[in-house]
Design a protein around this ligand. Structure first.
Ligand SMILES: Nc1nc2c(ncn2[C@@H]2O[C@H](COP(=O)(O)OP(=O)(O)OP(=O)(O)O)[C@@H](O)[C@H]2O)c(=O)[nH]1
Ligand SMILES: [Mg+2]
Length: 194
């Protein structure tokens, strides 16, 4: 189904009524600067609905975007960002974990975005394990495929797939709009994909 409307609803830094709504949420998680906000923009065909930046640490709240008036895309802050004060980083990590483990939030699916060139980092592996532990439905997106030559991309995708085992992997480029159709279908599917 095509995305026909998208509007920013709220940026959360803690408990909020929106979490308790029945409207399903699709969360985007991954390391800082991997392109979470850019992937959301590419899905909704808007340049800067979710604010992106060449500098890591851009997204600092749990941002809710209402799509087709029927579900939320949730843009999260990233992990693995080395700059800034320890307290600030720690607060962002806590915010991410608080949201992803929220007992009431109706999280339909979690989109784990990794860098196609870098592959999974230890932080990505830990996040995947946490999501599996919480029985979240997971789809993995390998973003920035435009940065790799076809042969290198093939190798990199194979390595990522073997690490994530049976989870679905979608090669993606927010910049070149590659994978948009596949991911649009995936986030609207209610059933488990593994
Ligand atoms: N080449 C290329 N660059 C991309 C792609 N997607 C995102 N970028 C760039 O990567 C940088 C980070 O993008 P963001 O969307 O802000 O990343 P983020 O994961 O939301 O980052 P935080 O909010 O800091 O966690 C920006 O300079 C984007 O233009 C892509 O598919 N290809
Ligand atoms: Mg962001």
């Amino acid at each position: 189904m095509k995305i026909t409307s998208a509007e920013f609803k709220k940026g959360l830094t803690g408990e909020d009524d929106i979490l308790f709504e029945e409207i399903p949420q699709v969360a985007f998680i991954g390391r800082s600067n991997v392109g979470k906000s850019s992937v959301i923009n590419s899905l909704v065909e808007r340049r800067d609905l979710a604010h992106s930046s060449p500098r890591p640490g851009r997204t600092k709240e749990v941002n809710f975007f209402l799509i087709n008036k029927s579900f939320y895309l949730v843009d999260l802050p990233g992990y693995g960002y080395a700059e800034g004060s320890w307290e600030k980083r720690d607060a962002l990590i806590q915010l991410i974990h608080w949201y992803l483990q929220h007992p009431e939030a109706n999280i339909r699916k979690v989109v784990l975005i990794v860098d196609a060139k870098v592959g999974l980092t230890d932080n990505d592996r830990n996040m995947l394990a946490l999501l599996e532990q919480h029985k979240r439905r997971i789809v993995v997106v390998a973003n920035k495929t435009d940065k790799l030559k076809p042969n290198d991309l093939k190798k990199s995708l194979a390595a990522i797939q073997s690490e994530i085992e049976n989870h679905k992997l979608i090669p993606y480029s927010a910049e070149k709009k590659i994978g948009v159709g596949l991911l649009t279908d995936e986030i609207q599917r209610k059933e488990k994909t593994i």
